[in-house]
Write a protein that binds this ligand. Sequence first.
Ligand code: TPP
Length: 286
Amino acid sequence: MGSPFDTDVENAWCQGCGNFGILNAVKKAMEKLGREKHEIVLVSGIGQAAKLPHYVDVNVFDGLHGRALPAAAAIKMSNPAMTVVVTSGDGDIYGEGGNHFLHNIRRNVDIALFVHDNQVYGLTKGQPSPTSDAGWAGSLNRTGVISGPFPPLAVAIALGCGFVARGYAADVEFTADLMLQAIRFKGFALVDILQPCITYNKKNTYQWYGRMAYKILPEHDATDRMKAFALALEWEERIPLGVLYRSVRSTFEEMHPAIPGPPLHARETLPATVQEMLRKRTLTPG
Ligand SMILES: Cc1ncc(C[n+]2csc(CCOP(=O)(O)OP(=O)(O)O)c2C)c(N)n1
């Protein structure tokens, strides 16, 4: 059955790719969110995962490689009433965009970030990504990865990210529910999603994730940061799915003195104010 968020853009993903489950989950979450299409913007970087916004009928912005978050932050700051969601790959966000990942969490900009974590650079045909398992050997790294993997959830918790969760592309309903919670959360919210890449990652397959992944028990107290941290570091034998950590603090938009008030497009620009600014600027040496 179709979704009101379908587009007629031709899909470029491999048949059976984990990205399809994530796309369906995004559309389900959008349907349940109950906001108008023009109130939502999907932002991405570059990669196979970063094509997702093309397939969802809302406002979209494709940033440069690794630069989805700065664009998303600017959109949110200039119009805080918008629902701003970033969807992109592990290479894009944790590699090229790693610095933006750290500092947008630290600032607590109210953005929901969904990472398609296939542990490989898919679009560029199989190089290891920051989350590739140590020892993993792909078509472009035949002797295996030497470095240990970047632990996104542990890093996010360490930085005080208020909503930290993990989904799984093969469990669409479960992942859509995490996405909806992340979008409704006030502050930076991360959902890292296990996403099998059937073409370039022959280790972390549907079977492998299916064996390793388990749902966090309902008794888990998501406000307990140390317990959340311990869960975030689980990987070698079992991979926890669900909300690991939850805590609320003021958002960047709430704290920034210039942001509260009407959105930028609705503010009046008085020529006299601009002239005064220019006059001061030309009088200021340096
Ligand atoms: C500055 C820059 N460096 C490198 C590239 C080449 N490049 C395009 S996509 C990509 C990797 C994307 O990997 P990931 O984010 O994991 O997404 P996937 O394709 O696996 O979904 C790279 C290295 C680029 N476009 N721009």
